[in-house]
Design a protein around this ligand. Structure first.
Ligand SMILES: O=P(O)(O)OC[C@H]1O[C@H](O)[C@H](O)[C@@H](O)[C@@H]1O
Length: 284
């Protein structure tokens, strides 16, 4: 069966190519993507998969805030880092497609915590194709009278043989980025190739190309395309990863996060309005 599930996970298998993807209902977190016989997602061996903490690896879903909570409005200020979507238990809504071209499922987020009194519908469509993984976040403001503000981001951890050998391209010259390593300083990207030479935590804002390439320096890599999402965070903590309780030793050398999102400010949806944020990850 191409789509199978148990209490904790749902697995899509593309039988012709051997590709597969595993998704935890906890956080709707993709935890494994096997393509070309290789694991393409990094998942820390120290990650708790028992729903007590967000999963460290794969693709956690960041919503309705990115990063530490803002100072207001109060119901947003009370949230924890990256919001609650990554620690909610989602449910399978529908198998949308099950064909040779690909397999696609839709998961639905439960209602928000009681303290976050907003009405919306949040769905996540995961599509597995032979060389690609596509993840789409669909948000609808279901309130009939109030605007809904949010940030959202798909926090992929792409598995690479050595983060120090990566060449990251596609970031347009002249794009502004917030450098969190420099305390959130706003900088302008000079163009060219980004390499990981130490802790890197940058929020590139409004990236016109909407396509980032990662050359892994070993003959392979990834392309991450996005739509709806306009910003892209690039994160690798390097040695600072040692201070993360759920990060395996040296794990920071085995992944890169190229995170499409809408995070430079809050996006506002009018009553009834919809937002689609998509990432398409292709193995090169
Ligand atoms: O430790 P987490 O809450 O999962 O966050 C992991 C990382 O997420 C993003 O990439 C942020 O830009 C980083 O500043 C943060 O450290």
């Amino acid at each position: 069966m191409p789509v199978t599930q148990n209490e904790k996970t749902i697995t899509l298998k593309h039988e012709q190519s051997g590709s597969s993807v595993e998704i935890y209902f906890f956080g709707a977190t993709v935890t494994s993507w096997i393509q070309g016989g290789k694991e393409r997602m990094f998942l820390s061996s120290k990650s708790t998969l028992d729903a007590s903490k967000p999963i460290r690896g794969g693709i956690p879903v960041v919503f309705p805030i990115f990063g530490p909570p803002p100072s207001s409005p109060p119901e947003y200020a009370a949230l924890s880092q990256h919001g609650f979507a990554r620690t909610q238990t989602w449910t399978l809504d529908k198998i949308l497609m099950d064909r040779e071209e690909g397999i696609s499922v839709r998961l639905l987020a439960p209602p928000p915590p009681a303290s976050f009194n907003h009405s919306y519908k949040l769905a996540y469509v995961i599509t597995l194709a032979p060389h690609q993984l596509v993840t789409d976040l669909h948000l609808t403001n279901t309130s009939s009278s109030e605007n809904f503000i949010f940030q959202a981001l798909l926090h992929n951890y792409l598995a690479v043989p050595d983060a120090n050998k990566l060449q990251i391209t596609g970031l347009d010259k002249g794009v502004d980025y917030k450098d969190k390593v420099l305390g959130g300083k706003l900088c302008t990207w000079e163009g060219g190739v980004l390499t990981i030479e130490g802790e890197t935590d940058r929020v590139y804002q409004k990236v016109p190309s909407q396509e980032i390439k990662v050359d892994d320096g070993a003959g392979s890599g990834f392309k991450v395309r996005f739509r709806g999402f306009e910003d892209c965070t690039i994160w690798n903590p390097q040695e600072k990863g040692k201070s993360m309780a759920d990060m395996e030793d040296g794990g920071w050398d085995r992944y890169i996060c190229i995170e499409p999102g809408f995070v430079r400010e809050f996006k506002s949806l009018k009553p009834g309005e919809e937002f689609l944020g998509q990432q398409v990850i292709t193995v090169l």
